[in-house]
Write a protein that binds this ligand. Structure first.
Ligand code: SF4
Length: 418
């Protein structure tokens, strides 16, 4: 059987590919790219129909982080000329969130720079969640506050948070090359704490940091092992003033292969195109919608996205629909019993669901925006031609012209982009 037939068949049955099959997806040629997108698209439609979930980032606290994540514009020593401000007040954050919700977002992602929250910070975020839910009780709220201490996840849950985001970002074996002030194990621990507290776990990766295909496959299988509800796939925005400013390694084709690999490994999990969508996928963004079922609306944490209306137009033009608050993101079998969320019939693939919706959040600050998100033999030797093991994709040109530091929305006097 052809590699893509195998992967489609497995995805429709919620069976993961082998590691060799996942690597083979990353090594497919440009001639095979539309077939790869079509195969991943069949799996996407089986579990999520043609719905696109919109998420909206609110950067509660920007810059001045003591951590040294190389990809992040908010890191210790960053020379990126980003907005820097301390905690937004709850009403300021709620106002920014309301703009995103009015634009079509069903989830608001509250992000703060820093190693992790103090107990006082949890109180602030609890007040912010209350302000957002007072305005609209149906809004899903995801917090992204860094490493969690004991009981903080439980406190966020009690305050009304629906989800918690903390990305693994890259493989365990290369994590120390990216960050020295905390460890991969610290990140796994926080995702586990969020999960244990009953928060919907959101954890993803950043591609384009110089990693190998093996690293990408490692981190995606590790994410699957943590059983998140959503996986944000960030494409590094090489910010001037950060150590990874020269890492322009991605092409639109490479990004689509990475998204497809994530979809095959996580067939029934929300896959979100996160930071770097406009910078790296560029005019190929609509093809990404055939693979991923979720994006961020409008701007990111420290960089600007395309206009929110352009996001909505793109979704409509590509033949997809914005997922409504009354629709459930995840397939029925992934919605916890007693959650009140209807979920979808597995076989009906998607349409409209009932209930609340679980799913997951972002991340930029702790994600990639750098801003701040069996038949093995058959796979490798299958009918799909590959471009060769370890293919990192053709080098992308540096599109610094597409990187715009955020100058509007939260922390400014200007209206948010939504
Ligand atoms: S990713 Fe988060 S912890 Fe790391 S430097 Fe950026 S804001 Fe700080």
């Amino acid at each position: 059987m052809d590699l893509l037939d195998i992967l489609t068949d497995k995805g429709l049955r919620r069976e993961p590919p082998t590691r060799e099959e996942a690597l083979a997806v990353l090594a497919t040629t440009d001639d095979q790219l539309l077939d790869v997108v079509a195969a991943a698209g069949r799996v996407r439609r089986q579990w999520f129909g043609r719905r696109v979930k919109l998420n909206y980032l609110v950067n509660l606290k920007s810059g001045l982080c003591p951590e040294d994540c190389s990809y992040c514009s908010q890191r210790l020593g960053s020379k990126a000329e980003i907005l820097k401000y301390t905690w937004l007040k709850p009403d300021q954050a709620a106002e920014a969130a309301a703009a995103g919700v009015a634009g079509g977002a069903k989830r608001v992602c509250l992000v703060a720079s820093g190693r992790g929250p103090t107990d006082r910070d949890i109180d602030r975020v609890a007040d912010t969640i209350a302000a957002i839910k007072d305005a609209d009780e149906n809004v899903e709220v995801c917090a992204c506050l860094g490493l969690l201490s004991d009981n903080q996840a439980e406190r966020l849950k009690a305050a009304g948070a629906d989800a918690y985001n903390h990305n693994l970002n890259t493989s365990e074996s290369t994590y120390g090359d990216i960050t020295t002030t905390h460890t991969y194990a610290d990140r796994v621990d926080t995702v586990t704490k969020a999960h244990g507290a009953g928060l919907s776990a959101c954890s993803g990766l950043i591609a384009g940091m110089g990693e190998s295909d093996e690293d990408l496959v490692d981190v995606v299988f590790a994410l699957r092992g943590l059983d998140p509800d959503s996986v944000p796939v960030n494409f590094l925005i090489p910010f001037e003033g950060t150590p990874l400013a020269e890492e322009w390694n991605l092409t639109p084709q490479r990004c689509l292969r990475i998204l497809a690999m994530v979809r095959f490994v996580c067939p029934d999990i929300e896959v979100r195109i996160a930071g770097g969508r406009e910078v790296h996928l560029r005019s190929m963004q609509p093809l990404g919608l055939h693979i991923a079922n979720s994006i961020f609306l409008g701007d990111y944490l420290t960089s600007e996205g395309q206009a929110g209306q352009a996001d909505l137009d793109m979704i409509k033009d590509a033949g997809f629909e914005v997922e409504g608050a009354e629709q459930t993101t995840l397939p029925r079998h992934r919605v916890p019993a007693g959650s009140g969320c209807g979920g979808h019939q597995e076989a009906e693939a998607c349409g409209t669901g009932g209930g609340c919706g679980t799913g997951c959040g972002p991340c930029g600050g702790h994600g990639a925006e750098a801003t701040a998100a069996g038949e093995a033999g058959g796979a490798a030797s299958g009918a799909v031609e590959t471009a060769g093991a370890g293919t990192a994709g053709a080098e992308d040109e540096a599109r610094t012209d597409l990187v715009r530091v955020r100058r509007r929305g939260a922390g400014t006097e200007l209206a948010p982009n939504a």
